[in-house]
Design a protein around this ligand. Structure first.
Ligand code: SF4
Length: 340
């Protein structure tokens, strides 16, 4: 097993490609994604549905659908190259070192088992603990995720809890074995707005209490500002801009990120209209040869339709895949004119 030097990130995804085989086509769902996660980081991966954000983390965790496979790239977790880990090897990691929470708490919980038993089940699988210690730990976890009267809740079934409480239980189960990484895939989408805010607050408060790094997958850039320290914006199976949360919100480079920011509902806007980015995401069976955002981009130049933009490093932590940041962009724009 290869070990990496002390400077290695907790999780490093390098140039990952994931294809999905449909009946007679191949969908290029993830196309050369790279990112890293350090201890205590909260990385938000943001993008519209179909941008490849969920598929990327499913690839990392080997939870791809049967039709999906990693075609190229590497996943290095805690110094181990897990790209080719077998299902059995991944079972040893999933739930204990890397944990995942999904959108809908109802499908993640077993309706026929009390929530206390469900937490203890995970502990039994991954930790050597006495029954008494497991029960204590289960109570502690219920308290950690903000469930009042844990002793009473311990013996209740999922249907006896509200949607928000159920999602708290799902988070408690995911944290049971003190994972190094917690992946939350749209953890609030199935909940109503007030409960969404409570679960996001909980995730934020957990950051100061536990040593787990978080990857938050969301289509809503609005929810990440208060939670994440790093953001990766995905479009058409690629990361088009990544940086610290301040760089993404205050030094935005990529026109798609600008569009996402403009789509965040404003508290004081009572016009009732929700801004969206006109157009539709690219067809990943036959991705465009130039910039995937070009057909929707109001700043597109001729070069954008011809060649995929290369990454421009804006700072040590900030980069963008857009021809506008390329040193020759001004010249190209001047020569070619805008192409809409
Ligand atoms: Fe728009 Fe061109 Fe930048 Fe793509 S590369 S986002 S089309 S300006």
């Amino acid at each position: 097993m290869q070990k990496w030097g002390p400077k290695m990130s907790l999780l490093e995804v390098r140039n990952l490609y994931i294809n999905l085989q449909t009946h007679d086509n191949v969908v290029q769902a993830v196309r050369g994604v790279s990112f890293s996660l350090e201890p205590k980081d909260t990385l938000a991966i943001v993008g519209e549905s179909g941008s490849g954000k969920s598929m990327t983390v499913k690839g990392v965790m080997k939870l791809l659908p049967k039709s999906g496979r990693i075609d190229a790239g590497q996943v290095i977790f805690d110094g181990r190259d897990i790209t080719n880990y077998s299902d059995r090897q991944m079972r040893g990691l999933n739930g204990s070192e890397i944990s995942m929470i999904f959108q809908d708490p109802m499908t993640s919980l077993n309706p026929t088992m009390t929530i206390g038993k469900q937490i203890m089940e995970v502990l039994r699988e991954h930790e050597k603990m006495s029954a008494h210690a497991m029960k204590e730990r289960a109570m502690e976890l219920l308290g950690l995720v903000g469930i009042s009267s844990p002793e009473k809740r311990f013996d209740q079934y999922p249907h006896q809890l509200s949607g928000g409480m159920r999602q708290r239980v799902v988070i408690a189960i995911a944290l049971a074995c003190n994972p190094k990484v917690l992946v939350a895939d749209e953890p609030t989408t199935a909940l109503d707005v007030t409960i969404q805010a409570q679960i996001l607050d909980l995730m934020k408060s957990l950051q100061s209490k536990i040593n787990t790094s978080i990857i938050l997958i969301t289509h809503n850039l609005g929810v990440v500002a208060n939670i994440a320290n790093k953001v990766a914006v995905m479009y058409g199976g690629q990361i088009v801009e990544s940086g610290t949360v301040d760089e993404i919100f205050y030094q935005t480079q990529h026109p798609y990120t600008l569009g996402l920011i403009a789509s965040i509902p404003k508290i004081h806007d009572d016009s009732g209209t929700l801004k969206t980015i006109p157009g539709t995401p690219p067809d990943l069976i036959d991705p465009p040869k130039g910039c995937p955002f070009a057909p929707r981009c109001d700043r597109a130049m001729k070069v954008c339709h011809l060649y995929p933009p290369t990454y421009t490093q804006i700072s040590d932590t900030h980069c963008s895949a857009c021809w506008l940041q390329h040193p020759y962009a001004q010249q190209a724009a001047g020569e070619e004119g805008h192409h809409e």
